[in-house]
Design a protein. Structure first.
Length: 76
């Protein structure tokens, strides 16, 4: 159940960004993980920069969306 709620919230906020941010604009995704659904949407429409602590997951994100920039860093 918690995972379903998390996915629903992620979709809600993804829709807000897609509705309000023009194509080609920069988008920053903090805690991007391997990317998944939102990375695919953002990388195809925006200049995506994803930040996460897990380099191994960022490797997957880079392989899937080479046009985006992924940085291994914390958010503090």
């Amino acid at each position: 159940m918690a995972e379903t709620i998390r996915i629903e919230k992620r979709l809600k906020y993804t829709r807000i960004i897609v509705d309000r941010v023009s194509a080609g604009e920069p988008v920053l995704e903090l805690g991007c993980d391997h990317g998944g659904m939102t990375k695919r949407i953002f990388a195809s429409k925006y200049r995506l920069t994803g930040i996460d602590l897990a380099e191994n997951l960022l490797v997957l994100a880079r392989n899937d969306s080479p046009q985006a920039e992924f940085i291994c860093a914390g958010m503090v």
